[in-house]
Design a protein around this ligand. Structure first.
Ligand SMILES: NC(=O)C1=CN([C@@H]2O[C@H](COP(=O)(O)OP(=O)(O)OC[C@H]3O[C@@H](n4cnc5c(N)ncnc54)[C@H](OP(=O)(O)O)[C@@H]3O)[C@@H](O)[C@H]2O)C=CC1
Ligand SMILES: N[C@@H](CC=O)C(=O)O
Length: 430
């Protein structure tokens, strides 16, 4: 490799993240050049619609209408994929690597599902893919997992890794907003995915968990092994009951290595109001890691948005530039990934929050307690309120129980004549 005065960047995508990247390169370009000893110049930008008005002024001659024009340009040294989606992004990144370019991506859907295949292509080409922005936006997490914490056996990772859902839950619980209003705001602010179903149904968080879990537990992670439940069924009513019981509701991604195997799950969770994660508001994310040597470490910061995510992408561009400048072939060496056993969800333990409606008549509560007792589910907290003249709303929190046993208890309860409806089931942690 020959040293250059300026390295050429090719971007694929100029939406929320791409705009943030350009703004940072423009504003801090001189400082970045000083830190790197080489300048960075954006040579081409692929977008879907070249005629769309942009939030940022861009020389029209840079704009092209297909990623191929970026990945096949022989002058481009580093390809930055901030387009999203899987198939086209996968093809473009594979081609960029085959053409000898370093790649930076913010695409968690792609890295969770095809990361190993792309990293193998990169290794073959003596190149690398940098993907810090794919998890938790601006928070440094991938590098600490690969480097600073690499000597630890990591036992547990747990956190809030989706800014959109955390924004929605915060706005519902603190401002009393409706779900749809809060989602529209998150979209307006650029936190949500192009298809926000990925956020609210928990998929985005599950892709991020797959990436963090692979690095934490040095294991390949198959998406089908992650239990995923989003926040679409979380009602303001449950947020208020949770508050009454001393909890907040957050969408958590949890990965744990136990003697039985890996436990991997994403679901809305009641967490104690004084837990540090309960205070993480709006688009902010936070991740706890427990390493056998370091103990507990918490990462906190903005998990979505144009400049925070752009910050992580630009740092990756700088790492790729350092590799090129210092003739390091592939930069940070990737971890090796084995295949660890995964514990099926029905065998995992949880505490449960259950909200139901029952006939307001004597003995209902006793028969509920009996039904739970028969399946070895014990009850911890209870709220009972009259709903109308004949109906009571009952909120129960169980002690720890396997998912399988809880489901059996639920089947029995649903069949009881006094039970009118089961309205909410959520998991609880201490
Ligand atoms: N938004 C955020 O806070 C974060 C996003 N990410 C990830 O970053 C990536 C980009 O997200 P974001 O910036 O929000 O997405 P946007 O939807 O805002 O931008 C996507 C960009 O890609 C371009 N594009 C889409 N399809 C094509 C295509 N077929 N060919 C060429 N260009 C195309 C669009 O072009 P056009 O402008 O013409 O429509 C647009 O410029 C995603 O992988 C996302 O998951 C990661 C962390 C945070
Ligand atoms: N849609 C994502 C964007 C960042 O990854 C989120 O809301 O966290």
């Amino acid at each position: 490799m020959t040293k250059k005065d300026v390295l050429q960047i090719g971007m694929i995508g100029l939406g929320t993240v791409g705009t943030g990247v350009l703004r940072i390169l423009e504003k801090n370009g001189e400082e970045i050049r000083h830190k790197l000893g080489v300048g960075l110049e954006v040579k081409r930008i692929a977008v879907r619609d070249p005629h769309k008005p942009r939030e940022i002024e861009v020389d029209p001659s840079l704009i092209v209408d297909h990623p191929d024009h970026v990945v096949n340009d022989p002058d481009i040294d580093i390809v930055v994929e901030v387009m999203g989606g899987v198939d086209l992004a996968r093809q473009a990144i594979a081609r960029a690597l085959e053409n000898g370019k370093f790649v930076v991506t913010a695409n968690k859907d792609l890295m969770a599902q095809h990361g190993l295949e792309l990293l193998a292509i990169a290794k073959n080409q003596n190149r690398n893919i940098f993907y810090e922005a794919s998890v938790a936006g601006g928070i440094p997490l991938i590098r600490p997992l690969k480097n600073s914490l690499a000597a630890n056996h990591i036992e547990k990772v747990m956190g809030i890794v989706n800014g959109t859902t955390n924004y929605i839950l915060t706005q519902m619980s603190c401002e009393g907003k409706e779900f749809s209003e809060a989602l529209a705001e998150a979209q307006e602010k650029g936190f949500a995915e192009a298809d926000p179903a990925s956020d609210i149904e928990g998929l985005d968080a599950s892709y991020k968990l797959a990436i963090i879990a692979a690095l934490s537990f040095s294991s390949k992670i198959d998406m089908k092994d992650i239990f995923v439940e989003g926040i679409t069924n979380v009602k303001l009513r449950d947020i208020r009951y949770a508050q009454e019981l001393g909890y907040a509701i957050k969408l958590l991604a949890i990965g744990e290595e136990t003697e039985e195997g890996l436990q991997l799950r994403v679901h809305p969770t009641l967490i104690p109001a004084d837990h540090p994660l309960a205070a993480v508001a709006n688009e902010f994310n936070a991740i706890f890691l427990e390493g056998d040597a370091v103990g507990e470490v918490m990462f906190y910061g903005p998990g979505a948005g144009s400049l925070p995510t752009g910050s992580a992408v630009c740092a990756d561009i700088m790492d790729a530039a350092r590799c090129l400048q210092h003739e390091v072939e592939n930069g940070i060496v990737e971890a090796t990934f084995g295949t660890k056993k995964v514990v099926p969800m029905e065998k995992q333990q949880s505490r449960f929050y259950l909200r139901l409606k029952a006939k307001d008549e004597p003995g209902v509560f006793a028969s509920l307690a009996t039904a739970f007792g028969e399946t070895k589910v014990s009850l911890d907290m209870i709220i009972q309120k009259r709903s109308d003249a004949e109906t009571a709303e009952i909120v129960l929190v169980t002690h720890g129980v396997s998912e399988g046993n809880f489901q059996k208890a639920l089947d029995t309860i649903e069949a009881m004549p006094a039970i009118r409806s089961i309205n909410a089931i959520l998991r609880v942690i201490e």
